[in-house]
Write a protein that binds this ligand. Structure first.
Ligand code: FAD
Length: 483
């Protein structure tokens, strides 16, 4: 078999690349080891986690109605089979949709585990089967190609000392299966995946604890954004957030997991019904045969590529999680589209000024472009303008005044360089900031754009007004910047 372009991996990077290549009239083969398209994001990542978070968010809002508005419904009756079924249905519908889109575009979808024999040949070995309704046809043998796009994604990191022969110790894939609602659940790692899953399980009724090695949750995110989330999670997890603490050992038993803690937040051992290990993800390059090509890996195992997604091998490009941080679906998709442009000889390159990041907890945290953390590391001269949501009528109406919206602005040019938001819906609000940063907007462009009232989106405009000292609802001395 020969194909012009082969894409390895049917996740948001791979299928975006394959579909654009087909739209451009190129001959494309998409290879994935799994029977259904969608990759980590659709099958065991973004979509199932957000489906479950939808349930926990509604439950939390109902609780708030009772506590603050005098409207209560009594205790929830939870049908886990129904929740699981609904989540699976969403995945199935989207995955089948991808299969149909591939068919209509005449993308050949092959189910196989692919590995490179050399720079123009792949070996295909039988992929997984799921017993019907599959988007791909199984294939074995060899496939030669003119161009390959590697989009094999990432897998959860599981330190050797946590690899126990027990399903009580789970990774994110196991946690998303929602086998039960454990009485007690320990989350190892205070990153976004752990906190999102912790939020889900806590609302369903688990007694959740979080242990994190660093001195704060969401290491790397701006502290002022994390603070309101920490406060709310502190309440939800009833104080069981153990910072600067390491899990030394795990011991699996028939009916519990014994966990040893060492650190400032907690010391000693405790039993948990289940443990979720969410200590990060690693690029998925194992068994790919990259040693038979000229592709090089960096010291963290990511495929090295330039800003055109080209690897060291002239025939092979790499995109998505396997090609480096940030490991996010929308970055993978963007890179996939660039790779296809580059294959066609167009001068495309990855030069995004802002890759948004969203933590879908409650409250949500979102940022794009320059962050305060980076400003401190790089000792940059910027102005940070913060609009507290307590001044927003909409936030007051929702009873969610803990949020804030901030712009990081170049005081010389008044250009917006970065934005950070914490509060319900932050993930939707950040999109405006991405556009503003990409377009090189000045703060004035934001203040001069009429935002609908009463919405949380006004805070994006208001935070820019704070820069000039002209925000209507808060008083801050005026700056002479409106030129
Ligand atoms: P993947 O989606 O990982 O797809 C890779 C595909 O390659 C897989 O289908 C795999 O079967 C296939 N493959 C691998 N090796 C081979 C081989 N040798 N031969 C054939 N096929 C192969 N990101 C966000 O942006 N927003 C979120 O809210 C978000 N939430 C997440 C929640 C969880 C719980 C997890 C785990 C991840 C989440 N992510 C989120 C991250 C997101 O899932 C990844 O960034 C994204 O899926 C990366 O896309 P990709 O195309 O690079 O690879």
């Amino acid at each position: 078999m020969h194909t012009h372009i082969v894409v390895l991996g049917g996740g948001p990077g791979g299928y975006a690349a394959a579909f654009l290549a087909a739209d451009e009239g190129l001959q494309v083969t998409l290879v994935d080891a799994e029977p259904h398209l969608g990759g980590t994001c659709l099958l065991r990542g973004c979509i199932p986690s957000k489906a479950l978070l939808h349930v926990s968010r509604v439950m939390s809002e109902v609780d708030e109605l009772g506590a603050e508005w005098g409207v209560s419904y009594g205790d929830p009756a939870i049908d886990l089979d129904a929740i699981r079924g609904r989540k699976e249905k969403i995945i199935r519908m989207l995955s089948q949709g991808l299969g149909q889109l591939a068919k209509r575009r005449k993308v050949q979808v092959i189910r196989a585990h692919a590995s490179f024999l050399d720079s123009t040949t792949l070996s295909l070995e039988g992929g997984e089967t799921s017993g019907g309704n599959e988007a791909s046809i199984p294939a074995e043998g060899r496939l030669t190609f003119d161009h390959a796009v590697v989009a094999t994604g990432s897998v959860p990191s599981m330190p050797a000392s946590f690899q126990l022969d027990s399903d009580r110790v789970m990774d994110s894939t196991g946690a998303l299966q929602l086998k039960d609602v454990p009485g007690s659940l320990l989350i190892i790692g205070g990153g976004y995946i752990g906190l999102e899953m912790g939020t889900v399980y806590a609302h369903l009724g688990s007694r959740v604890s979080v242990v994190e090695l660093q001195d704060g949750l969401l290491p790397g995110a701006d502290r002022d954004l994390v603070k309101p989330l920490h406060k709310r999670l502190h309440e939800l997890f009833e104080g069981r957030i153990y910072l600067e603490t390491k899990v030394g050992a795990l011991g699996a038993h028939a009916d519990h997991v014994e966990v040893g803690f060492e650190g400032a937040g907690k010391f000693g051992t405790e039993r948990f019904d289940r443990v979720l290990v969410s200590v990060g993800r690693r690029p998925n390059t194992s068994g790919l045969g990259l040693e038979n090509t000229q592709v090089r890996l960096d010291d963290r195992g990511f495929i090295q590529c330039d800003d055109q997604q080209r690897t060291n091998d002239p025939n092979i490009l790499a995109i998505g999680d396997v090609a480096g941080e940030p490991m996010l679906a929308h970055k993978a998709t963007h890179e996939g589209r660039i790779a296809v442009e580059v294959i066609q000889g167009r001068p495309a390159r990855f030069d995004a000024q802002a890759i948004p990041a969203v933590v879908f907890t409650d409250p949500e945290i979102a940022w794009a472009g320059l962050t305060d953390t980076q400003v401190q590391q790089e000792n940059r001269n910027v102005t940070t303008s913060i609009y507290p949501w307590a001044a927003s009528g909409r936030a007051q109406a929702l009873g969610r005044t803990e949020g804030l919206t901030k712009w990081i602005i170049d005081p010389e040019t008044n250009r917006v360089l970065g934005c950070g938001i914490v509060g319900p819906g932050a993930g939707e609000l950040i999109a405006e900031a991405v556009l503003a940063i990409e377009m090189g907007c000045e703060a004035r462009d934001l203040t001069d754009s009429i935002h609908p009232h009463p919405t949380l989106s006004e805070t994006v405009m208001n935070a820019a007004e704070v820069f000039y000292g002209t925000a209507t609802e808060i008083y801050k001395p005026r700056r002479d910047k409106r030129t």
